[in-house]
Design a binder for this molecule. Structure first.
Ligand code: SF4
Length: 915
C-alpha cells in the first residue's frame, strides 16, 4: 500500500511517487529522499541530519542508491517521480562501516561501553553495523570538558563535528554563539575566543543539546539521573509562558530528571527555551506545600500563625467561613481569583463554584492584568478577542510589526518563528521603548516613548492612506466604519508623531511603506500595548491598521496578541471572568444565563461581578469580606501592592490554594496545598487558541491535591452534588456548554494532538486561522482612536518614566523559577535599567544600589546602566519580591477593560538604597 506523506503546513502541494526498499511511497515534491523515507517509517541512518536544519550532508551515512546507480546522500537528494531507491545494499553497508570506523578514529573510545549510552546515536549505529572500535591508528583529539554554566556541558572528545549544534545555534536560535574553531585535525566546536557560554549571547535554551547525536553536549542537571532506558517519558505541556510548548518529562523513581521536546510537533518542533528545558526542579522543591495550613489565633486575639491541619479541618473551616460570610453579607461580599496556571478543567470548576455554589459573578484572574484590552478591543472590532493566526504564520509573513512585545524573552518559541521569517527575507519593524533583542535584528527600530503607541499607529495609517497603500478592495468588501478612521488619522502627520513619540518622522514613513506594501504583514503585540490606561484604544488602533491593509483572515498575516501565562487564554475561555460564562457567553444575556442555569442546576446571579482590580478597591473599602485565591499571587502581580496588602489585611477571611507559600498565601487564614502541572491531568489552551493535553507524570508531594479535586470537595461541603471522577469528564461538560469547545475531548486530543478553537463539533478540524471569508462579527469594524497621554506624566519631582516587564530566565512572580537553582544563578536579583546619560547625571554607576521612587512607594535595587533604554526611561522587571516593581506601578484603570497602567508612570531614581 502506498504511504501518503502529509504535512498540514503545506497546502496544495504536488506529490511524487517513488519506491523505497520495495515499498511504494507518495511524497511531496521538493522533499528529500531521507525525509520521505523517515515519514514512511524507513530508517535511513544519519548523524548530521536534523529536521530543523538545512541539510549539510556532512556525515555521509545516509547513502542510498537510486535506480542502481552509485550511492548518493539521501538528505540532500530530492525525491523524483518513479525512482527506485535502495537504502541498505551490501555496497552501502560496507561504505557505512568505513565511515563509522573513520568517525570513531579520533574518539579513541570503546564506543560500545561509553558512558553516554542511551543518548548516543553514534553508539546505536556502531551496534547496528558491528563497528565497536576503530581500526585506524594515530593521534586522537584531546580537549577538556567545558563546564562553565548551570545547564550545558560539552565534552569535545565525544564530538564528531557533525555541525548540528552549530546549525541550531545559527539557523534556528540565531544566537550565533557556536561555530567551528581551528582547522584540520584540531578543529572543534567552540564559542568565539573560547569564551564561557555566560559571556556570550547564549540563551542556554539547550536546543544544541537536543541536536547532538553523540552526547558530547549534555544537560548538566540530568547528568547523574541514570540511563535513558531507566526513565519513562510523559508528554505534556510546558507550565510557563503562553507558547504552549510540548514537552516530554523523563521520570525515574517518581522524579523528573530531564525535559526534552518531541520533534516535529507544533508549536516548538523539538525546541524549548531555558525555562521549559531546565526549569522543572521546582516540582520537587522542599518548599512545596504538603499539608493544609490554618491560622490559629493567639490567646490574646492576635492573628497567630499558620499551622498544619488535616484536609477535613481545613476544608470544613473554608466551607463554614464562606457560608457565614455569604449568609451575613450576601454572596457579592465574596470574590474568587482563578488561575492562569491551572488547567481549563480547574478554571471551569472554579468559576462554576463561584457562580453556581457561592452565588456571585465576582470571579476573575490575571488576564485582567495582561490582555483584558485585547479581549475587549478585538471582540469589538473583529468579534473575537484572541490571536487570529498561528505562530507558523510568522514565518510566512513578508513584513512583521512587533510592537510592545519583547518576544525573545517573553515568548521565546514564538520568537523562533519570527526568526524563521527573517531567514526567509521578511522585513521586521520593532516598536519598543527599549532596544530589545529583536530591535537589533530589525530593519527598523522605532524607539517610541512609553505610552505613545496610538500616535505611532495613527501615524503609520496616515502615511499608508496618503501614499495609496491601503487595501481598498478589502476595506470595501469586508469592513465598516473606515471613513471615521481616515478622518481621525488625518492629523497624525509623521512630524506630529515625531513630537509625541520621539520616533523620527522619516522612520515613521519608512515603517509605513514597509508594512503597507507587504503582500502579507502580521502584527505581533503583547503587554506594551495593553497595560495602559487606554489599553483598549491601543488594541483598536492595532486592529484598524490590520483592517486598513487587509491583513486578516489569511496565512502569514493577522493580529496576534501574545498571551503571557501558560493558560491565560484557557482561563478566559472557561469564563473565569466577571461578565462572561465559558465561551464568552455573557452573564447579562438572559438566554445564556438560562442555559447555564439549566446545565448547572442552580439559580445564577444576574449582574456582572467585580474585576480583580476593582475587587481590591472593594476589599480596602470593606464591601468585600472574603477572598478565595487559586494559584495567583496578587501581592506581587498587582499594581500598587501597598494598596493590595491593605485590602487583603482588611478581609475577614482569605483562603489561598497554591503549590508554594507565596507572598499572598502568607497572609491567608487557610492555605490549601495544590498539585503542580506535572502531577495532574487536564488541558491548557495556548496563545494560538490551541487546546493541548496536560498529563500527570509524578505523584504530588505529601498530601497536596489537584486543584479540581479540592474544588469538588469544597463544593460538596457547600451542598452542591458535584460528581467528577476525572478531568476528562469535566472537559466533556465544558464541551456541552461551550460552543467553541464543542468538539474537543481527551480522546481527540490524545489521538490528534492540539485543536484550535472554534472547534464546535466532534468532526470539526479546529480553526487555526480566524476570520477567513468573514469576521466573527460579520464585517470588521474600524473604530477611530485619538492619542491620549498616560495618566501620569513626568514632572520636576518625578522626572523619569518607569516601565516594567519580564525576563527570559524568570517567570511571573517567581514562585516557580526562583526555586530553580540554575535560573536563579543566571538572574539572581531584580535591577533598574538606566541610560548612561541619566546614570552619569545622577551619579550612579553600574551595579550600585539605587532607590526607585514613585507616588506609590520605593524600592532599592542594583542599577544596570545600559543603552537598551533611552534617556529618560527606567525599566524594572517585576519578578522579584525583594525589589517589587509593583510597589511602584500606577493602579489607574483603562475604563473599558479595567487593566492598570503597569507600563508607564513617573518615577525618581537616586543613588544609594533607602527602601
Ligand atoms: Fe515553555 Fe514558553 Fe519556553 Fe515554550 S517558550 S519552553 S512554553 S516557557
Amino acid at each position: 500500500m502506498a504511504v501518503e506523506i502529509a504535512d498540514p503546513n503545506l497546502h496544495a502541494v504536488q506529490t511524487v511517487n517513488l519506491t523505497i526498499d520495495g515499498r511504494p511511497v507518495t511524497a511531496h515534491a521538493g522533499e528529500t529522499i531521507l525525509q520521505a523515507a523517515r515519514r514512511a517509517g524507513i530508517d535511513i541512518p544519519s548523524l548530521c541530519y536534523d529536521e530543523r536544519l538545512e541539510p549539510s550532508a556532512a556525515c555521509r551515512l545516509c547513502l542510498v542508491s537510486i535506480d542502481g546507480r552509485p550511492p548518493v546522500v539521501s538528505c540532500a537528494t530530492p525525491v523524483s517521480e518513479g525512482a527506485t531507491v535502495a537504502t541498505e545494499t551490501d555496497e552501502i553497508v560496507a561504505l557505512r562501516k568505513v565511515l563509522l570506523d573513520l568517525l570513531l578514529s579520533d574518539h579513541k573510545l570503546d564506543c560500545l561501553v561509553c558512558d553516554r549510552s542511551g543518548d548516543c546515536r553514534l553508539q546505536e549505529l556502531a551496534y547496528r553495523y558491528g563497528v565497536g572500535e576503530t581500526t585506524y591508528e594515530g593521534a586522537a583529539r584531546s580537549y577538556p570538558v567545558r563546564d562553565d554554566n548551570p545547564f550545558i556541558s560539552f565534552d569535545p572528545a565525544k564530538c564528531i563535528l557533525c555541525g548540528r549544534c552549530v546549525g541550531i545555534c545559527q539557523q534556528v536560535q540565531q544566537c550565533n554563539v557556536l561555530d567551528f574553531a581551528e582547522r584540520g585535525f584540531v578543529s572543534l566546536i567552540s564559542t568565539s575566543f573560547g569564551r564561557s557560554l555566560l559571556e556570550t549571547d547564549c540563551e542556554l535554551c539547550g536546543n544544541c543539546v537536543s541536536a547532538c547525536p553523540t552526547g558530547a553536549l549534555f544537560d548538566k542537571p540530568s547528568l547523574h539521573a541514570g540511563r535513558t532506558w531507566d526513565a519513562h517519558t510523559v508528554t505534556t505541556t510546558c507550565p510557563f509562558c503562553g507558547c504552549g510548548c510540548q514537552i516530554e518529562l523523563h521520570v525515574v523513581d517518581d522524579r523528573i530528571v530531564r525535559v526534552t521536546a518531541p520533534m516535529g510537533v507544533a508549536p516548538n518542533e523539538g525546541n524549548l527555551c531555558v525555562k521549559g528545558r531546565y526549569g522543572y526542579s521546582f516540582v520537587h522543591h522542599p518548599d512545596r506545600l504538603t499539608q493544609p495550613l490554618v491560622r490559629r489565633p493567639t490567646a490574646d486575639g492576635g492573628r497567630g500563625e499558620l499551622v498544619p491541619a488535616s484536609w477535613d479541618e481545613a476544608l470544613d473551616l473554608v466551607a463554614r467561613r464562606l457560608t457565614e460570610l455569604r449568609d451575613t453579607y450576601g454572596p457579592d461580599a465574596l470574590v474568587g481569583f482563578s488561575s492562569a496556571r491551572c488547567t481549563n478543567e480547574e478554571n471551569y470548576l472554579f468559576q462554576k463554584f463561584m457562580r453556581a455554589v457561592v452565588g456571585t459573578n465576582n470571579v476573575d484572574h490575571c488576564a485582567r492584568l495582561c490582555h483584558a484590552p485585547s479581549v475587549a478591543g478585538l471582540a469589538k472590532s473583529l468579534g473575537s478577542g484572541a490571536m487570529t493566526n498561528r505562530f507558523a504564520d510568522f514565518a510566512l509573513a513578508d513584513c512583521l510589526l512587533v510592537i510592545g512585545s519583547n518576544t525573545t524573552e517573553t515568548h521565546p518559541i514564538g520568537a523562533l518563528h519570527i526568526k524563521r521569517g527573517l531567514r526567509r527575507g521578511a522585513k521586521l519593524i520593532v516598536a519598543d521603548p527599549r532596544r530589545i533583542d529583536l530591535a537589533q535584528r530589525a530593519d527598523l527600530h522605532l524607539q517610541l516613548r512609553p505610552g505613545t503607541n496610538v500616535a505611532l499607529l495613527n501615524g503609520l495609517m496616515h502615511v499608508i492612506i496618503a501614499e495609496g497603500l491601503a487595501d481598498e478592495t478589502f476595506i470595501a468588501e469586508r469592513t465598516e466604519g473606515y471613513e471615521a478612521v481616515r478622518e481621525a488619522v488625518r492629523a497624525y502627520t509623521p512630524e506630529l508623531v515625531e513630537q509625541i513619540t520621539g520616533v523620527p518622522a522619516e522612520d515613521v514613513r519608512r515603517a509605513a511603506r514597509l508594512f503597507g506594501s507587504a503582500e502579507r504583514a502580521a502584527i505581533i503585540y503583547a503587554m506594551g500595548i495593553t497595560q495602559h490606561s487606554h489599553g483598549t484604544e491601543h488594541v483598536l488602533a492595532i486592529s484598524n491598521l490590520a483592517l486598513l491593509t487587509g491583513n486578516l483572515g489569511r496565512e502569514g498575516v493577522g493580529v496576534n496578541p501574545l498571551r503571557g501565562q501558560n493558560n491565560v487564554q484557557g482561563s478566559s475561555d472557561m469564563g473565569a471572568l466577571p461578565d462572561v460564562y465559558p465561551g464568552y457567553q455573557k452573564v447579562a444575556d438572559a438566554a445564556a444565563r438560562a442555559k447555564m442555569s439549566a446545565a448547572w442546576g442552580a439559580e445564577l446571579p444576574t449582574t456582572p461581578g467585580l474585576p480583580v482590580t476593582e475587587a481590591v478597591n472593594a476589599m480596602v473599602a470593606g464591601t468585600v469580606k472574603g477572598l478565595y485565591v487559586m494559584g495567583e499571587n496578587p501581592m506581587l502581580s498587582d499594581p500598587d501592592i501597598g494598596h493590595v496588602e491593605e485590602g487583603l489585611r482588611n478581609l475577614e477571611f482569605l483562603v489561598v490554594q497554591d503549590i508554594f507559600l507565596s507572598e499572598t498565601a502568607k497572609l491567608a487564614d487557610v492555605v490549601l496545598p495544590a498539585a503542580s502541572f506535572a502531577e495532574k491531568d487536564g488541558t491548557f489552551t495556548n496563545t494560538e487558541r490551541k487546546v493541548q493535553r496536560v498529563r500527570a507524570a509524578v505523584p504530588s508531594p505529601g498530601e497536596a491535591r489537584a486543584d479540581w479535586r479540592i474544588l469538588v470537595d469544597l463544593a460538596r461541603r457547600l451542598g452542591a452534588p458535584w460528581q467528577y471522577g476525572e478531568p476528562g469528564e469535566i472537559l466533556d461538560e465544558i464541551a456541552r456548554v461551550t460552543p467553541s469547545y464543542g468538539g474537543i475531548s481527551f480522546a481527540r486530543l490524545d489521538a490528534e494532538g492540539g485543536l484550535c478553537w472554534p472547534c464546535p463539533t466532534a468532526d470539526h478540524p479546529g480553526t487555526p486561522i480566524l476570520h477567513q471569508g468573514s469576521f466573527t462579527r460579520g464585517k470588521g469594524a474600524f473604530f477611530p482612536v485619538l492619542y491620549q497621554p498616560p495618566a501620569e506624566e513626568v514632572d520636576e519631582e518625578y522626572p523619569l518614566t518607569l516601565t516594567t516587564g519580564r525576563l527570559l530566565e524568570q517567570y511571573h512572580t517567581g514562585t516557580m523559577t526562583r526555586r530553580v537553582e540554575g535560573l536563579n544563578e543566571l538572574v539572581p536579583t531584580g535591577f533598574a535599567e538606566l541610560n548612561p546619560v541619566d546614570a552619569a547625571r545622577l551619579g550612579i554607576v553600574d551595579g550600585a544600589e539605587v532607590t526607585v521612587a514613585t507616588r506609590r512607594g520605593t524600592i532599592t535595587t542594583p542599577a544596570f546602566v545600559t543603552e537598551r533604554v533611552a534617556p529618560g526611561t527606567v525599566f524594572v522587571p517585576f519578578h522579584f519580591w525583594e525589589s517589587p516593581a509593583n510597589r511602584l506601578t500606577n493602579p489607574v484603570l483603562d475604563p473599558d477593560s479595567k487593566i492598570p497602567e503597569f507600563k508607564v508612570c513617573a518615577c525618581r531614581v537616586t543613588a544609594g538604597g533607602s527602601a
